[in-house]
Design a protein around this ligand. Sequence first.
Ligand code: NAP
Length: 283
Amino acid sequence: MKSFRNKTVFITGGSSGIGFAAAREFLRQGARVLLIARNTGRLEKAKESLTKVFPGTDVATLSLDISEARKEQAGLEEKVTGFGSPDLLINCAGIAYPDYFEAIPDKIFESTIRINLMGTWYMTKILLPHMKRGSVIVNVSSTAGLFGVFGYTAYGATKGAIVNFSETLRCELKPKGIQVNILCPPDTDTPQLAGEEATKPAETKAIAGNAKVFPPETVAKALLKGIRKNRFLIIPDFMGKFSHLVYRIIPGFVRWFMDNDVKKVHKKSNQDLTRQQNEVKQL
Ligand SMILES: NC(=O)c1ccc[n+]([C@@H]2O[C@H](COP(=O)([O-])OP(=O)(O)OC[C@H]3O[C@@H](n4cnc5c(N)ncnc54)[C@H](OP(=O)(O)O)[C@@H]3O)[C@@H](O)[C@H]2O)c1
């Protein structure tokens, strides 16, 4: 797809973060956008702010829980009739709950699978029959979907599955003229990343400390460029591209590098513990 002018774009997670920044970029490039998320208030606020920046553009909203998309299929299909079939489907909605494996409740794992993986599956399944040759589907994964990162057992399992799902879907849809891409954003300054701080283990913070945090606008620009150039795997940042390449050639090096960060955290916490024990002894 070379131009987004007059294209109809469905974006799940379009009310916030990367999805919202993508909506803004698509509108800037002349597309029509349907924002999909659960919270109606946030959807309306997003629409209002987009139409303020791009008056006269076509922005619509749909309140829908993608993990329940089968139950809400009628509303989604009504939107296809009213707003138009999608030329692009951006499966961006997702949740993340980093913590130690032992500390992640089963319920959180189940909802992470339902939203990140099954939500992407349902949305694609329902909308694909409405998509013509030349259409595009982008599934949003993560660096944590490309290799294991401490603290992301639940999230990484879903994002890794998104990579394999997309790899296979690409093979099947290519003969039908439908392009499939994966977006693997780096750490991006969004409410999701901020929310992760509450449960993120110290080891995960140490590993993430090596990486820069990007504005969602940078990720959105890379997304549109990646779609235009049909880069199957869209990795917006240099470190992401570099670590992915190194991991493919010498996976042991990437593991060693991350294990080293973990060791440093453990060494420091052991030293802190010894210091505290000595202080108690001196009292
Ligand atoms: N931020 C990062 O550092 C980062 C890095 C790598 C990958 N990613 C991925 O990028 C995507 C976007 O993340 P973000 O950081 O932009 O998150 P965000 O700011 O928290 O936005 C998440 C969006 O998804 C929607 N959403 C969540 N659950 C949903 C559901 N069940 N049904 C429909 N919509 C739902 C939210 O709206 P409602 O809550 O109103 O439904 C919101 O619009 C996610 O897939 C995330 O895993 C993010």
